[in-house]
Design a protein around this ligand. Structure first.
Ligand code: HEC
Length: 307
């Protein structure tokens, strides 16, 4: 009995980890994501709130930074996030991307942690980096200080793609594109939003970013879907978003589930077997009742015959 339980447990573990085995080939982080900057400063307060968030969400697997006491998960064990090896190789943007996406046994924190919380954790981890000052200069993209930031959308329905342009006005009055900003392209579905941003939704040096719309996403009868495009992280330029109805989906005639023959259908659409059983039952019962009645009517006649 004990062995059976052990075997089942082993099978279960193999089952869980075979999923992560399939994509244990390492991470692919888009180069523009690597350049993303931590908008928060490494103040003592930020580091300590990062430590709290780390202890709650990450420590169970990654252990204490620099202590190399990680949980020995298979096939890929969690990294010691305080080790120089890791910190030297990873930019803040890269860590941010990995924390958002997750991989294998590493969960995604895209929805479970706020952007601020994620950057606080990164600020905390970076506090273990001995040569952080040198590295930060290499990765930086500098956008000039701008006002009147605008988001413009362009839709190409034939090619099924969509682009967004992010621009702002500099102090000299020139409108310039803003580079390296992550955008989210979301399609409204019945429950919440579907993210169709793809792998690399960061604006280029002109402030443009283009996404390819999925070919098989169902729209309404005319193929229309509701899109919401926004700057993912509003720590940079505040809340910037635009909603738009676009004809990029596949036209779909929604079938009303009430129109087919089913248990939940209206009377005319009841399944044949229910109609047959019901009618059969009714006819059967009434026949028995009439049979009995006829026999009873015969009774007095039979009685008079006897006399
Ligand atoms: C359930 C366990 C678990 C939790 C909780 C967890 N991680 Fe991970 N993490 C992993 C594993 C396993 C890997 C290795 C995944 C791989 O490389 O396939 C990993 C990898 C990473 C990497 C990439 C490391 C590298 O070498 O490139 C980063 C960064 C990271 N985790 C950050 C975090 C942060 C920050 C948190 C908390 C907000 C966190 N993780 C919470 C298990 C976890």
């Amino acid at each position: 009995m004990k062995n059976t339980i052990k075997n089942i447990a082993a099978l279960f573990l193999i089952f869980i980890f075979s999923g992560s085995l399939a994509n244990a080939q390492g991470w692919s982080v888009p180069s523009s994501a690597k350049k993303k900057q931590n908008p928060y400063e490494a103040t003592a307060k930020n580091i300590s709130s990062g430590k709290k968030i780390y202890n709650l969400n990450c420590k169970s697997c990654h252990g204490d930074p620099t202590m190399a006491n990680m949980l020995p998960l298979a096939p890929v064990a969690p990294t010691d996030l305080g080790s120089q090896n890791f910190l030297v190789q990873s930019s803040d943007g890269e860590i941010y991307y990995k924390v958002n996406k997750g991989q294998g046994a590493m969960p995604t924190f895209e929805k479970t942690l706020s952007d601020e919380d994620k950057w606080m954790v990164i600020t905390f981890l970076r506090s273990f980096d001995k040569n952080k000052k040198e590295r930060q200069q290499v990765a930086e993209i500098k956008n000039p200080e701008v006002t009147d930031v605008k988001l413009e959308l362009k839709v190409n329905e034939a090619e099924k793609n969509m682009s967004a342009k992010l621009s702002g006005v500099t102090k000299t009055g020139k409108r310039v594109g803003l580079q390296g900003i992550e955008m989210s392209f979301l399609v409204k579905r019945s429950f919440g939003f579907l993210d169709v941003s793809g792998e690399d939704p960061y604006t280029n040096e002109k402030g443009d970013v283009q996404i390819q719309f999925p070919k098989d996403l169902p729209g309404d009868r005319e193929g229309q879907v509701n899109m919401l495009v926004k700057v993912t992280d509003d720590a940079f330029y505040g809340k910037l978003e635009e909603a738009r109805v676009v004809t990029l989906g596949v036209p779909t005639d929604p079938v009303n589930p009430l129109d087919e023959r089913a248990m939940w259908g209206t009377r005319a659409n009841a399944p044949i077997w229910i109609i047959v059983t019901f009618v059969g039952g009714v006819v059967g019962i009434w026949s028995v009742i009439f049979l009995v009645l006829f026999q009873m009517i015969k009774l007095p006649k039979l009685a008079s015959k006897q006399d």
